[in-house]
Design a protein around this ligand. Structure first.
Ligand SMILES: Cc1cc2nc3c(=O)[nH]c(=O)nc-3n(C[C@H](O)[C@H](O)[C@H](O)COP(=O)(O)OP(=O)(O)OC[C@H]3O[C@@H](n4cnc5c(N)ncnc54)[C@H](O)[C@@H]3O)c2cc1C
Length: 579
């Protein structure tokens, strides 16, 4: 009954081209790559994923990963360890990392396309390499020569995995409240003690070692985020020969029972005098984490995109197969596939257009991250870094909010069967829900957007986007799309109004700014996404014209999203305690 998912390779390759893959590949670090081979390369990866990883998605959901009470170790569902080994042995996990430690030296943009393919097949499994990636970046940026040599080749290949260990019972969104302690040990090492919760892939049987990247408090630091340091705590200590040896003092004491991503073990980890090494400077751990946050948050946006695509495909295929009801004037025995009903069409167009828009938003953000890292001109790097900073809360916050809405809509298209596990769409809905919670909730993304990423000047990221939206609106008008041109132009005006209102109050009425944050994120996400759809259709060198789904998004979904402007400007006084 469940729909067989196929990665949308033509849409992925087209989106890569549309957001500027050719420009990214012309940057100096990518000179060794052959741009023309990208589609074949992605197709080969998609084949492996479809054969080996996709079929495990339902098994993973049904069986889940659990801690075995006898050994105290986490066991993953049948097939997961073999599938993971295939990814490692094929060299697939190392593709977007630097050549120096055995990576493929590909841009992040291609890494993100691969993440979409993997996450859409099996989001629970995809989280394991996703978290390892952040550890690789942290060590690449801050690790000593010895730390890099000890860990990077094995993390890059995927032979070992990494975790991000921040959350504690009283320290979630407020990471600065964490209490895990680190004290200096022998020979420059440290000892970490404390309990961490909700640690994704915190223990498992896929690899012989796991490197935990742990935030903890070292003596002498100020309270709050400025007193936090970052440590590596390997599950098995690494000997002078570089091999994993004796077990360190870190235990998975339980795994959580949860709504979705059942195959991804969510662990409570107890550290008791665990041997650790400081990464970077003492008390500078949060700064280090922040530096890596863009790529990590974008990756969660990719999960949202992947689940939107699956939701669309499942709904589309069901709507063509299911016969129910008649069109006006038809005979009693002339039932039609439900896709013929305008209301079902509305749902499918919402799914299709939102997924296309989310892909452009996510890939555009990845392009900005690559340019910020690798462009030879410092000004271009700075401009792209600011743009990536502006786009990340949208790519994470808006796309994952859409993932919950779109997977719910896919259930609606299936009617009662959607609510029954057999079709698989219920799993998509359950799996999607976490994406707007971890790596910073939507509320936290929205705060980041309105308090750190907004500036009114014309050369600020928002200023540049508004100017570009007006240019695209003009091009739409010239191409004969008068209605869409008017909508996009209104979007630019209303975003400008919302942003100006917030910027004016940043000092004088900060609570009003916080009150408007999430509605502003939602309207900005939809507006930027609409602009990207239109730019794809009529921008320079593109110009295939708006699709039916693009027009639907701009004419029907964008105006609804812009109505959030009322909420943006309602202020904190309108949000009194509801009881
Ligand atoms: C399945 C799963 C996997 C996870 N994986 C990891 C992992 O690998 N590593 C790790 O360290 N953590 C992980 N987490 C933890 C996750 O990142 C946190 O749950 C998340 O950041 C939210 O923190 P919290 O649960 O304490 O919620 P809270 O911070 O208590 O938030 C509750 C609500 O209050 C809102 N809120 C809180 N503070 C503010 C504020 N200042 N302004 C406005 N609104 C606010 C939030 O938006 C939210 O709606 C995972 C969690 C889950 C459920």
């Amino acid at each position: 009954m469940s729909h067989d998912y196929v990665p949308p390779l033509p849409a992925i390759t087209a989106a890569l081209a549309q957001v500027g893959l050719a420009d990214v590949l012309s940057l100096p670090p990518f000179a060794h790559l052959d741009a023309d081979s990208t589609p074949d390369f992605l197709a080969e990866f998609a084949r492996l994923v479809a054969d080996k990883i996709g079929p495990l998605d339902r098994i993973g959901d049904r069986i889940g990963s659990h801690r075995d009470p006898e050994s105290g170790r986490v066991r993953t569902p049948p097939g997961f360890a073999d599938a993971y080994r295939d990814l490692v042995e094929g060299g697939w996990l190392s593709v977007p990392f630097g050549l120096e430690y055995g990576g493929g030296g590909f841009p992040w943009l291609i890494g993100v396309a691969m993440q979409e393919i993997l996450a859409s097949a099996n989001v629970a499994l995809s989280l394991c390499p996703m978290l390892t990636q952040t550890g690789i970046e942290l060590l690449g940026e801050l690790g000593t020569e010895r730390q890099r040599a000890a860990y990077l080749p094995r993390l890059v290949s995927g032979e070992w995995t990494g975790t991000m260990v921040l959350t504690e019972p009283d320290a979630g969104s407020d990471v600065g409240a964490l209490r895990t302690r680190a004290v200096p040990g022998e020979g420059g090492t440290w000892r970490v003690s404390g309990t961490k919760i909700f640690i994704t892939w915190g223990d498992h049987d896929l690899t012989e070692n796991i490197v935990h990247f742990v935030l903890a408090r070292a003596p002498g630091g100020p309270p709050g985020t400025r007193g936090i340091s970052l440590f590596t705590v390997p599950a098995r200590l690494v000997g002078a020969d570089g091999e994993a040896g004796a077990r360190n003092h870190v235990e998975c004491v339980s795994t959580e029972h949860k709504l979705g991503i059942h195959a991804s073990p969510t662990c409570v980890l107890a550290f008791e005098d665990a041997e650790a090494e400081l990464v970077g400077e003492v008390h500078q751990g949060m700064r280090a984490m922040f530096a890596m946050m863009n790529a990590a948050r974008l990756s969660v946006g990719v999960e949202g995109l992947a689940l939107c695509e699956r939701a669309f495909q499942a709904a589309d295929s069901y709507a063509r197969a299911r016969h129910q009801g008649r069109l006006p004037g038809a005979a009693a025995d002339q039932s039609v596939p439900i896709i013929e009903h305008p209301d079902v069409r509305r749902m499918l167009l919402t799914l299709r257009s939102t997924t296309d828009a989310a892909r452009l938003l996510v890939y555009t953000t990845a392009e900005a991250i690559d340019t910020a890292r690798h462009h030879p001109e410092p000004e271009e790097r700075a401009r792209a870094a600011a743009m990536a900073g502006f786009l990340v809360p949208l790519a994470k916050g808006w796309t994952t909010t859409m993932a919950s809405e779109m997977t719910s809509l896919a259930i609606q298209v299936h009617g009662g069967l959607g609510y029954i596990e057999e079709t698989g769409v219920a799993q998509l809905y359950r799996d999607a829900r976490i994406t707007s919670i971890y790596e910073g909730t939507t509320g936290i993304q929205a705060l980041d957007l309105v308090t750190r990423k907004l500036a009114g000047s014309a050369d600020s990221p928002l200023g540049l986007v508004l100017t570009a939206m007006e240019e695209t609106a003009k091009a739409l008008a010239e191409a004969g799309y008068a209605t869409e041109s008017a909508h996009l132009s209104s979007a630019a005006t209303e975003l400008h109004e919302g942003a100006s209102w917030l910027i004016e109050r940043q000092r004088s009425a900060p609570l009003d700014v916080l009150a408007g944050a999430t509605p502003f994120l939602r309207m900005t996400g939809a507006a930027v996404a609409a602009w990207l759809l239109c730019r794809r259709a009529v921008g320079t060198g593109r110009g295939s014209g708006l699709t039916v789904a693009d027009r639907f998004f701009v004419d029907q979904l964008l105006p609804v999203a812009l109505a959030e402007l009322v909420a943006v400007r309602s202020g904190a006084a309108a949000l009194a305690d509801p009881t």
